[in-house]
Write a protein that binds this ligand. Structure first.
Ligand SMILES: [Zn+2]
Length: 236
């Protein structure tokens, strides 16, 4: 956990990882690259760097444009659409490659739910077992996404503490999961946003979350972007 998370008097913690060159990223993506441009240690007057990043690396948010032609870009969302005042962390421990299913999400009773964070426990492997974290991540089933949209009209965001909302190596399932979330449907509320690669290590059974703020990199016309996620918490 970061230093600010340890300050008991400060009510916000980060639920996002610091993005580094050696951060685990979804297989097929290039890792973050930081290239020194100016260095005081080499005689320059100041330090500057160039950074190269894929937009789905590290903790990041997927907007509908990621899987839907004509879907909204993340830069189209105002801050009021990225603030959630009825969040829930759902404790749903999963083994490698298991899915969060309808049975897990049918336990939720908050009709006002606007942000659901799935705690599969997989965040424990982020820094300890890269292969497991990237190749055998738990995901959510398309049926569970459908159930959530069908039953929670105020739900706008679903996040997970694994590298993706869909399992690695299951391309068809991945399409279904994302399209079920991102497609416009007159019977449902707004298309969902997905936040992937969340750090939920700072949340335990005694933590109550009042509010979640997602702050993406403010870059125009991208289907998703790395983001900082803040949670306002208190102890039960
Ligand atoms: Zn993504």
């Amino acid at each position: 956990m970061s230093e600010d998370s340890k300050n008991k008097n400060f009510p916000y913690i980060r639920l996002s990882y610091t993005l580094r060159e050696n951060s685990p990223v979804h297989i097929g993506l290039n890792p973050l690259k930081i290239k020194p441009i100016n260095r005081i240690s080499l005689g320059d007057n100041y330090n500057t760097s160039s950074i190269t990043a894929e937009n789905h690396c590290g903790t990041h948010i997927d907007a509908p444009a990621h899987f839907v032609l004509g879907g909204r870009f993340i830069s189209d969302y105002g801050p009021e659409e990225l603030r959630f005042t009825h969040p829930l962390v759902l404790d749903c421990p999963k083994k490698p490659g298991q899915l969060v299913d309808v049975e897990d999400v049918s336990k939720i009773i908050d009709d006002n739910l606007d942000c659901l964070l799935l705690c599969t426990g997989f965040h424990q492997y982020h820094d300890t077992d890269r292969e497991l974290y990237l190749e055998q991540n738990p995901g959510i089933s398309p049926g569970a996404v459908y159930y959530l949209r069908d039953n929670f009209p105020h739900l706008r965001c679903v996040g997970i503490d694994s590298v993706s909302m869909s399992r690695y190596g299951h391309a068809k399932e991945s399409m279904e999961v994302h399209q079920t979330a991102f497609r416009k449907n007159e019977d449902f509320g707004k298309p969902l946003l997905f936040v992937e690669d969340l750090d939920l290590s700072g949340i335990d059974n005694n933590t109550q979350i009042q509010e979640v703020l997602v702050v993406p990199w403010q870059v125009g016309d991208l289907d998703g972007a790395p983001c900082t996620v803040l949670a306002e918490i208190s102890q039960k």
